[in-house]
Design a protein around this ligand. Sequence first.
Ligand code: G1P
Length: 290
Amino acid sequence: MPKPVKKVVIPVAGLGTRVLPATKSIPKELLPVVDRPLIDYVVAEARDAGIEHVILVTGRGKTAIEDYFDHAFELETTLKAKAKNDILTEVEKTIPRAGDLSYTRQQAPLGLGHAVWCARAIVGDEPFAVSLPDEIVPHRPGFLKQMVDAYEKVGGNLVAVEEVPNKDTGKYGVIAPKARKDNLIEMTGMVEKPKPEDAPSNFRIIGRYILQPEIFTLLETQEKGAGGEIQLTDSMNKLNSQQVFHACICEGVIHDCGSKLGWLQANVDLGLKNADFGGTLADYARARLK
Ligand code: G1P
């Protein structure tokens, strides 16, 4: 049995340029999908995968994320006084047990690889997960749980992938597959944001990873890559030639809420599934589409 994955690193320092101006004064990670912010979905998915400790790699202008995971005394006292117990319960659920959440700060926007590297001291010498908060999985088991299940069988490192149209490879990390067994693919390599004509496949990397701590040594000396940034994909590409590494095809949907369209689709999807008003929303949508 490989060493268990108990920590997740969630980089939240990004500027959210794809959803401006909404993210001018609100962290992208706090954009709501129906009734809760993106970061809430991602933390809940990690907890369902058995993750005990959440490490947020934050940055300037992101303190509202810290407040989200803390008590809001005035709000809670008011809800209690007005006996709004259902809402109070929902609000209280957002607060993790003291000490189960750590923050470290990425002091400059040097890229995803650098953001993950900023968490090295808190992760220590153990395997860990990385979840990118743009992407949310609305169902259970979430992608991270499916990956932890696969990890318990094969160990090593894992990255989630899905097939995308060839024209979209330039938006993502893309893998070069070698051999596939069920939902796991061995790779010859990975490349960040290749042009469609250079892409080694149509399997794009999704923002869910399980990595061994040796990635930190590689990130330490990682040179800038695509977009002039220190890319996690480039260090994973090196790790792939040193350790067991699989791409994992997960079952279900993942919404990329880092784009305006993806965020709207997530709201429609989860809105339609909402027990209180999903039916009414469907009627409204049908009427609007006539
Ligand atoms: C990052 C990764 C990329 C991955 C993507 C998934 O890119 O670098 O490999 O495919 O997340 O969302 P970003 O979206 O930060 O440009």
